[in-house]
Design a binder for this molecule. Structure first.
Ligand SMILES: CC(C)(COP(=O)(O)OP(=O)(O)OC[C@H]1O[C@@H](n2cnc3c(N)ncnc32)[C@H](O)[C@@H]1OP(=O)(O)O)[C@@H](O)C(=O)NCCC(=O)NCCS
Length: 392
């Protein structure tokens, strides 16, 4: 091992491992850009379908292209009957992210493009994944509750369709708009853990389903996408504004973490949280119950202050902090929050797999193969001499 090289368990923080044209996160000032556009502007004015087009095809669509994409997504939203039947064989208490990860690999088995290694095939598969993941997540929720899945409706946007397939009722424009915005905000975030998982798998030239399946597994973790479900569980555990201070004190004293606070990149509030928070408040007002929003707001204030008091530095809200109460108000089951994250982030994953495998411009990505420092201190400086089993 080269003595000059730093050997630390850094989680690759601060290491730039590739170039990308897809998005940029400026953690110092809280800026997120998708292919040159501020995510905030896209969230304010674009639709999720426009963002899908932008991320996959590298530019905003004109009207005709957008209509074609919507029609394609509608055509591809159906999931093979045999996959739905397989879902019905899973135990009803299976973790939804496990079900989703398995379903992604089932989709691969039905896709002839999985045998072709080309940008066109990868793009077609990416579109299919984007179209079918909402159907799978909604179908799983109905199946585990003993209900028949609702078929996708071709006249609805992806956001409205998901809520329709989940509940059986078409959402109104305001709820659809909020959910559409949440999907835009979760669609892409540079080299986060799950995207890096997808890119690492893609760098071996495995197909997009293998890469997305790895990404789903990565997203499920509590420190990543799994945090949104845990934020809601935390809010439910706290229960009321009066109990926030005790909860924060207890968690920080025991060395635990307050879910939804902190981020590996942002050194200021996550800009997505500033868009999600007012949507959560408005959704609460709509249904006449702002309890979870109010609780979140108070927890943000107390949690930040207590953290600063203890550590002598600031901590900030991340994307999961307010998406939790927003999704809860929309009637999405708490353990589906992370799969909902996945139905948005699959857009970014797909764009990254395509870039990893088919980037035209140099420098081209190459197979990821880092090194590790072997701590082989089992038998001193020499290798151990093997002892046959009956002499140990
Ligand atoms: C996301 C996360 C892993 C980022 O971590 P990070 O910025 O690299 O910070 P580290 O994990 O290195 O933690 C630095 C210190 O701050 C503490 N810390 C970080 N986030 C914290 C939180 N939410 N609550 C309490 N303490 C926290 C850590 O325990 C650590 O303390 P230590 O120095 O005594 O060991 C971390 O903030 C976290 O666990 N947050 C909660 C889970 C979450 O919301 N995840 C979603 C991320 S989008």
């Amino acid at each position: 091992m080269d003595a000059c090289r730093p050997i630390l368990n850094t989680g690759l923080r601060g290491f730039t491992v590739a170039t990308t044209r897809i998005s940029d996160v400026d953690g110092a000032i809280g800026k997120l850009v998708y292919r040159g556009y501020l995510a905030k502007d896209l969230a304010d004015t674009a639709t999720f379908e426009e963002v899908i087009y932008l991320l996959l095809y590298e530019r905003l669509p004109v009207k005709k292209e957008l209509e074609e994409l919507k029609a394609l997504l509608a055509r591809e939203a159906d999931v093979p009957e045999s996959i739905l039947k397989s879902l019905a064989l899973s135990p009803s208490d299976a973790l939804p992210m496990d079900v989703l990860q398995a379903a992604v690999m089932m989709l691969a088995q039905y896709d002839p493009d999985a045998k072709e290694h080309s940008k066109e095939a990868a793009t077609r598969m990416g579109i299919r994944l984007i179209a079918k993941l909402p159907t799978i997540v909604a179908a799983w929720d109905r199946i585990r509750n003993g209900r028949k899945p609702v078929s996708p409706s071709p006249d609805l946007s992806l956001a409205a369709n998901f809520l329709y397939m989940l509940t059986g009722r078409k959402p109104d424009d305001e709820v659809t708009g909020f959910f559409d915005t949440a999907l835009i905000l979760h669609a892409e975030h540079s080299f986060n853990a799950s995207t890096f998982s997808a890119r690492q798998v893609a760098s071996t030239k495995a197909h997009i389903y293998a890469a997305v399946s790895a990404a789903v597994g990565s997203l499920s973790g509590a420190l990543h996408g799994g945090a949104n479900t845990r934020v809601m569980l935390m809010l439910q555990e706290i229960g009321s504004v009066e109990k926030v201070e005790d909860y924060v004190k207890r968690v920080l004293e025991s060395g635990g973490v307050i879910m939804g606070l902190g981020h590996a990149v942002y050194q200021t509030d996550d800009p997505r949280a500033h868009i999600l928070a007012p949507m959560s408040r408005k959704m609460g007002e709509r249904i006449g119950d702002t309890k979870w929003y109010d609780l979140s707001k108070h927890l943000e204030k107390i949690g930040k202050a207590a953290f600063e008091n203890k550590k002598g530095r600031e901590i900030y809200v991340n994307v999961d902090f307010y998406s939790a109460s927003l999704y809860y108000y929309m009637g999405i089951p708490v353990d589906l929050f992370t799969p909902v994250f996945a139905i948005a982030r699959v857009v970014g994953w797909s764009a990254h797999v395509i870039e990893e495998q088919f980037a035209g411009a140099a420098p081209k990505p190459i197979l990821y193969r880092p090194e590790a420092e072997y701590i082989g201190d089992y038998c001193g400086p020499e290798e151990c001499s093997f002892t046959p089993i009956d002499q140990r």
